[in-house]
Design a protein around this ligand. Structure first.
Ligand SMILES: Cc1cc2nc3c(=O)[nH]c(=O)nc-3n(C[C@H](O)[C@H](O)[C@H](O)COP(=O)(O)OP(=O)(O)OC[C@H]3O[C@@H](n4cnc5c(N)ncnc54)[C@H](O)[C@@H]3O)c2cc1C
Length: 699
């Protein structure tokens, strides 16, 4: 039957961050001050591979754990040996350091080839199993990029597996629901999003783990083509602490105060959630009033340096920097203090002569849709693309691939697109990663836009790494900020700065693309703003033909479960229940009574929501799910009861005016992401709150 290669990674323990882990000057995290642990999802991947081996009933199948990292990463391999791995491989070499996801996926893929050849004796019947993402990178890009390098089917966000009809079938998370799929061929890459049956180390296995020899390979053993900083297609240009949450995070001592806050939140609600960041719109250098204006540099220090330089040039009466002599340079250096040294001055003077953008072409969005409905995140990206394209004085293009798309291109034009590139084919009727990758990569290679944006939904985070790796471009995951800036000193004008949270949200990183024809990013749903629909907008629909056959389909879709029915998520108040509601009866009864008393007391529409865990527990139907793969909501008041505050849930409520949490755990993460909270069990707090609202407490 099949063998297994499980990818494991050593990561900093971001759950145990102490104050001394932060640099007091910069506020950023010092990684070496954190303990190193195995990435939690990789422990689940090990357990998952072990389960697959059991399901297939093949005790001769081998599990090989593979990691890439420094010599001390051997610890995670010993962890693997003490659980279920038979053999472990450590890929370690200084030349591999500083890699982005492309230069991580590439050597791992080459190592997988070597494992198959040498440890599986060329037997191609295997699965690569890995955690969906690591807590340090948080990108979820490496596994699909490995699949692309090896030309394998890839199934992401997997939560369960069964063995039926002589093959593996996987349950995975998709936008708005879940799906059961089977790869049409092996080998395949599987990423595990959740598997809650951990393996424990036995005494005998631990002894064996300590004795087993780790196979160590260096870079020269695998001959990878993209490694280290040189092989990377993105670079981090700045790391900084995340801005303080604008939420109040205020503890309420009793239910009476809670009732008062509820009533007040609705009364004083402004209706327009979360103010936009007010930053100056980027203007191309050639269009700036002052030709020495470099206020759009990548970092504040660079802006400052250019400001000082511009002042000095004006003082010296220099208008043409291409003809500046050494004497003038000396004068500038002497009078500008220690702002910059000679080499930097030369770079800046060269930068001032640049007016042409480093990248050419339009700004594109790859659309996501299902059953004739475009995903709201696509419209948000079109809104962002419009802003970027207007700054860059270029056009907004949207790629939409599918079958019988009818009015969808027109909807995209009404949402802000200039050109819609349509790829219509029956093979594309359902989303298949490989088939969609083929057509999206094809249309990008035909037109070469300068920017390509994808939604950071499960589908976008699967498709984007495949496409970007295929066309040889860098990709940044899960961006929350996208801005056009110059890095004139490095000879780059009008580049896309891609800002995203990293290390479990403990730091923010700004990244830019290098060695690529297009700058690519996935952007977090619910963060960018869509434009008001304008049905009178005009645009062009361009049909793009790609030859597809049934062989391009990589997955068989066995069953799709999506939310059905209607829910009024436009309501002013949404009350959501999580796994902490304990059971369906509690969810129905407690939420039902609270919603009713809020309707009566506040006189506003009130709707019920749920976390994904509550839906999975069967407390309510999937249509009520709020979050990354549910619905993003933005009510005046959001009440979360028995919800822990996982990022995938909180993304979906980011645009809410007031968030209130009720949770029995005094250190529930949601308390740091809400405005007011009460510590207490749902069973105690909710009935008291209903009583208080009925009595008219709270003003
Ligand atoms: C790709 C992907 C997409 C996802 N999309 C979504 C999404 O769209 N939406 C979403 O919600 N999640 C999503 N998730 C899942 C998410 O990561 C969390 O697992 C989920 O949000 C947890 O739900 P929860 O807070 O209800 O459960 P838990 O995390 O189990 O938290 C339960 C909480 O209830 C509290 N509690 C327990 N008993 C009581 C009581 N008696 N009274 C009060 N409080 C109590 C506990 O202290 C705990 O804080 C996604 C995950 C992945 C990997």
């Amino acid at each position: 039957m099949s063998n297994f290669i499980v990818l494991v990674k050593q990561v900093p323990d971001v759950s145990q961050i102490t104050d001394n882990a932060f640099d007091p000057d910069t506020g950023t995290l010092i990684r070496t001050r954190l303990a190193s642990v195995i990435n939690e999802l990789d422990t689940q991947a090990l357990a998952f591979a072990n389960r697959m081996r059991q399901l297939a009933g093949d005790s001769s199948a081998k599990i090989v754990a593979l990691t890439m990292g420094p010599p001390m990463a051997e610890e995670v391999l010993r962890y693997g040996l003490s659980r279920c791995a038979d053999t472990v491989v450590l890929l370690t070499d200084r030349s591999l350091g500083g890699a982005d996801t492309v230069a991580t996926a590439n050597p791992l893929a080459f190592s997988i080839r070597k494992i198959v050849e040498e440890l599986f004796n060329g037997d191609n019947n295997y699965c690569v199993v890995t955690g969906m993402q690591s807590v340090d990178g948080d990108t979820a890009q490496v596994p699909p990029q490995i699949a692309e390098e090896l030309n394998l089917p890839c199934i992401t966000y997997v939560t369960d597996c069964r063995f039926a009809n002589g093959r593996f079938e996987f349950t995975r998370i998709i936008s708005g629901g879940s799906q059961i799929v089977a790869p049409r061929r092996l080998p395949a890459v599987i990423t595990v999003a959740k598997y809650e049956y951990p393996l424990f180390a036995t005494f005998a296995a631990t002894r064996r783990a300590n004795k087993t020899k780790v196979i160590a390979w260096a870079g020269s053993d695998i001959n990878a083509t993209l490694i280290g900083v040189k092989g990377s297609k993105t670079s981090v240009i700045r790391v900084f602490p995340p801005g303080k949450s604008s939420r109040k995070c205020q503890h309420l001592p009793d239910v009476k105060s809670l009732a008062a806050v509820l009533v007040d939140s609705i009364k004083s609600a402004k209706g327009a959630a979360s103010a936009d960041r007010q930053i100056a719109r980027y203007v191309l250098p050639a269009k700036r009033k002052d030709k020495f204006d470099r206020s759009f540099e990548g970092t504040a220090k660079e802006v400052d340096d250019f400001k000082v330089l511009a002042e000095k040039l004006r003082e010296l009466g220099i208008t043409d920097v291409s003809r500046i002599d050494d004497q003038a340079k000396e004068k500038i250096l002497a009078s500008s203090g220690d702002h910059f040294h000679k080499n930097a001055l030369d770079d800046m003077l060269a930068g001032l002569q640049l007016t042409e953008p480093a990248y050419k072409g339009d700004v594109w969005v790859v659309a996501e849709h299902r059953a004739g409905i475009i995903h709201p995140a696509t419209f948000e990206l079109v809104g962002k693309a419009r802003e970027l394209a207007d700054s860059l004085e270029t056009k907004v293009g949207v790629v939409i691939a599918g079958h019988q798309l009818i009015s969808l291109p027109q909807q995209l034009i009404a949402g802000g697109a200039d050109n819609v590139y349509v790829i219509d084919d029956p093979i594309l009727a359902e989303f298949d990663p490989i088939a969609h990758r083929k057509v999206v990569a094809d249309v990008i290679s035909a037109y070469w836009p300068q920017i390509v944006l994808y939604a950071a939904t499960p589908q976008g985070r699967m498709l984007a790494p495949l496409v970007s790796y295929k066309v040889g471009c860098g990709l940044t995951a899960d961006c929350t900020g996208l801005d056009i800036r110059d890095t004139s000193r490095k000879g780059q004008v009008a580049i896309l700065l891609q800002t995203r949270p990293a290390l479990g949200g403990n730091v923010m990183a700004t990244i830019c693309t290098k060695n690529s024809r297009s700058q690519m990013a996935t952007a977090r749903p619910g963060v960018m703003k869509r434009l008001p629909t304008d049905p009178s907008r005009k645009g062009a629909v361009i049909n793009h033909k790609v030859n597809l056959t049934k062989d391009d389909i990589s997955l068989e879709i066995i069953k799709t479960e999506l939310g059905a029915g209607r829910v009024n998520f436009e309501a002013d108040c949404i009350v959501s229940g999580g796994k902490g509601m304990q059971n369906r009866d509690n969810y129905e009864k407690l939420l039902g009574e609270l919603c009713q008393s809020l309707r009566t007391r506040l006189n506003v529409p009130v709707e019920r929501g749920a976390s994904r865990a509550a839906v999975e527990q069967g407390f309510t139907e999937r249509i009520h799910q709020v979050g990354q793969t549910g619905t993003a909501v933005g009510p005046k008041l959001y009440i979360a009861i028995g919800i822990s505050g996982a990022i995938q849930h909180m993304i979906g409520v980011a645009n809410t005016e007031t968030i209130i949490a009720i949770n029995s755990d005094p250190i529930a993460p949601i308390f740091k992401q809400c405005d007011y909270y009460v510590v207490g069990s749902a069973e105690d707090v909710v009935p008291q709150l209903v009583g208080a609202l009925q009595e008219g407490l709270g003003g």
